[in-house]
Design a protein around this ligand. Sequence first.
Ligand code: F6R
Length: 607
Amino acid sequence: MCGIFGCVLNEGDAAPLVREGLKRLEYRGYDSVGVATVWDGKVFVKKDVGKLDEVHAKLNLDDLPGCVGIGHTRWATHGAPEQVNAHPHTDCTGEVAVVHNGIVENFVELKRMLEQKRHVFRSRCDTEVIAHLIEDELKKAGSLIEAVRRALREVKGSYAIAVVHAKHPDRIVCARLESPLVIGLSSRGMYCSSDIPSFLHLTRRAVFLQDYQVAEISLNGVRVYDLITGKEIPYEVQQLDLSEEAAEKSGYPHFMLKEIFEQPQAMKNALRTHELYYDLMAPALANAKRVFLTACGTSYHACVAASYALSELGGITAQPVIASEFINYVGPAVDEETVVLAVSQSGETADTLSAVRFARSKGATVLGVTNVMGSSLTRLSTVYIGQNSGPEIGVAATKTFTAQLTVLLRLAMKVGLRTGTLSQESYEGLSERLLAMPDYAAKVLETVDERVKLLASKYADRQSFCFLGRGISSATAMEGRLKLLEIAYIPCLAYPAGESKHGFIAVVEKGYPTVFVAPNDSTRTKIIGNIMEMKAREASVISLIEEGDREIAEFSDDYLEMPKGIPEMFTPLIYVIPLQLLAYYISVYRGYDPDKPRNLAKSVTVQ
Ligand code: F6R
């Protein structure tokens, strides 16, 4: 997730307005920033690493000539946060400048093809291929918009882009596919942006560009075309009726809820990580003598789930270890034949980094999964995968958990292919199912939200909860517990359900809310037994079941139905969603701010 902004003005300089617009988009990314303007037949660019105010203090971003400009605030996906990787990106001639929010999935292939045509690349950023593709197409196309349209037909992935050209100084061409792009119209000028808060102070008249649409904005107005056919399309101008704050949260009352609802897209973005990284990691994991997974908090729960998947799909044993215990617990076993896979959204969690540094000092191979390119974890890992979730503003991890897990599941499948646990055919079948998971997540969000709200109002005043699951669902249960605990301040328990009779059962009494994660998988028969044990002690059973599972529904005081057909190892991706919502709504019912739970920080950099 990055932020892009562009403007074409009647008079005055574009650069200060672009900077102001980017300031309002910093919630979308803030590791580097850049602005390009067009003036006197030339493109002028300033860009660097750092937050907008830092870069502005250093470079004076306002000091760029011209009344047409584009800008970008970055959350790195391809290429570390370095000056050369910051946007805007230019072509070989320096006449085309592009800003981009999204991921070019086939950039390796496109770059290779363009290099064969003697294009010279300066960055490691996927976006640069778009600038060179446009340069090529301009040799054949009659206009900038036609060149952009033809270039984008080569691109696989997601994008919202804005393009300027030195020889077309009066316009911006923009386009979208799966990344947001909105155009603002005013008498002073025209704007294009990733999100409306960036221009609400300038205009309330907007056109929402749709997927596969490309637009040209100039002082003559806006023209929208179909990206595939090139035909002009009529559009509707909407009058926006939103406060600036509500607009920033896309109308959601809290960032946490917005981020829960962003999960289908976050999972899709995670699936866009290039095959190459998995191909590097899988042999290391498959051939290692010992594999440890290490992380803290929610990322640790992703590791617990991944350890089941690595066993079931990957055919290897990978032990999840809480990072703060890593050295004392498994330290003596770590050596050159060990692989440590560290998972950290921020890439800066002190306990995780300490485990990683220790592992490196023992000669182990360190692999990383993180959301922050350029973080310490990326620097300490031999190979790392960026999960592409964009910034998560709510302190409680939600979309970054399901994105991490998406990456880890794909990795487990790759390992399985390597070890022979999965045949090519079953690997391909599962890959297809994994690609469908974002749609399942969208369906669950659509169907359970209202019901979870009701459940939350029913149970909001309870003093304690317990979450139980078996197999990989025990990781889902642990994550459900952590969410409720940290944002609603309710002491909660979580167990692999079979363990519940070895102690927890002593505290169960009439009405004790016990949440069962009970998909229709290999654990179902046994979990029914555990549900009966709790029912016999008059617990209030809340179960997450597969759609149509009448048997468990009848044993439950309340239940939520999940779609049919989710492979067992993928269930945490979907079953965790109602648990995130339950925690969110209970927190709100209790009058707390779920975005800022007390005593917690987004990135814990102390040990
Ligand atoms: C829980 C949460 C924390 C983090 C933990 C690790 O909602 O956000 O438990 O998961 O602090 O953080 P990262 O993944 O940045 O290492």
